[in-house]
Design a protein around this ligand. Structure first.
Ligand SMILES: Nc1nc2c(ncn2[C@@H]2O[C@H](COP(=O)(O)OP(=O)(O)O)[C@@H](O)[C@H]2O)c(=O)[nH]1
Ligand SMILES: [Mg+2]
Length: 294
């Protein structure tokens, strides 16, 4: 019997959803930083064996007060993940707090498939605190399972994975067994560049940027991939911040991103970055469509 299904990871920003997805899939699919709202799209990671296939979805964190259309689109990716799950993983961590009347509980109540609560970042607290938190959550909502884990240290992630497989229904092979994700290489290239922007710029800059790969071409004469990508910002002042004095800042982004892209595609890369202003793109339907928020 072949088992397969969709496992969707949801939760607020920064609790460790992307870290867990990467730990479970064993590849660096989703970018991770300590900044909230790093993940903007729904990203899938596929784990296959001879007799099962688990399709994990990493989602953007649930944004409580959307401030622009991009946020609304991000929340729609999360809503979508309620619809097709065979198992839901609802993630929290050792530090965040929920009110008993948080709207998420109403949504979770309507879910007909098993919902596992994952309490992440247990490496940050003594076992006694973890135990207390488990009790607290257990009183609040009837989860199918409660798993204390550390996605970062991979504590308890293997037992979690085994239980997920156990909960998969009988089902077909949805994707070729050697496929790891549904997004093209270009998408991951733009995500790697965006990760470097998140890491190196302060305040509103990362949240004002989007990255698109304009071309991705194998060099006809050398074992080299030539990539052109554009960083879109919302204002002219942001463009000069991205570029930096004498181009120093963008140069650093380019060097770091190139290294990671080379690891990701297992080839030498020539990366060229451009910066363009797109006025207020986060609230512009046309831009959002171009950037894949639909
Ligand atoms: N100490 C600790 N930090 C973690 C753990 N999992 C994730 N993090 C960190 O929490 C931050 C947010 O992680 P990320 O996976 O991007 O969270 P997401 O926004 O829910 O996808 C990053 O700095 C991670 O390194 C964990 O198990 N323990
Ligand atoms: Mg994430």
């Amino acid at each position: 019997m072949h088992k397969s299904g969709f496992v969707n990871i949801i939760g607020r920003p920064n609790v460790g959803k992307s870290t867990l997805m990467n730990a479970l899939v064993g590849e660096r699919m989703s970018i991770i930083t300590n900044k909230p709202q790093t993940t903007r799209h729904r990203i899938i990671g596929i784990v296959s064996d001879e007799d099962y296939q688990v399709v994990f979805s990493d989602t953007p964190g649930i944004i409580r007060d959307p401030s622009y259309k991009m946020h609304e689109a991000m929340n729609r990716f999360v809503d979508g993940s309620f619809k097709d799950a065979d198992v839901m993983l609802f993630m929290t961590d050792m530090t965040e707090t929920y009110e008993d009347d948080d709207p998420i509980f109403e949504k979770l109540k309507k879910v007909e498939v098993p919902v596992f609560l994952l309490i992440n970042k247990t490496d940050l607290a003594p076992p006694k605190e973890v135990a207390q938190l488990i009790l607290k959550w257990d009183k609040r909502f009837k989860f199918s399972e409660i798993f204390p884990i550390s996605a970062l240290k991979k504590h308890n992630t293997k037992p979690l994975f085994n239980l997920i497989v156990k909960n998969m229904p009988e089902g077909p092979v949805y994707y070729p067994k050697d496929q790891l994700t549904d997004k093209p290489e270009r998408f991951f290239v733009s995500e790697i560049i965006r990760e470097k922007i998140l890491l190196h710029y302060k305040q509103e800059i990362p949240y004002s940027c989007e990255v698109l790969v304009d071309s991705f071409k194998q060099d006809p004469n050398k074992p080299l991939v030539r990539i052109h990508a554009t960083i879109y910002v919302m204002r002219k002042t942001q463009k000069s911040i991205i570029i930096g004095q004498g181009g120093e800042s963008i140069k650093r982004i380019g060097i770091e991103a190139r290294k990671d892209i080379e690891t990701f595609i297992q080839q030498k890369v020539f990366l060229e970055l451009f910066v363009k202003v797109r006025d207020n793109w986060r609230d512009d339907d046309k831009s959002l469509k171009k950037f894949g928020y639909n």
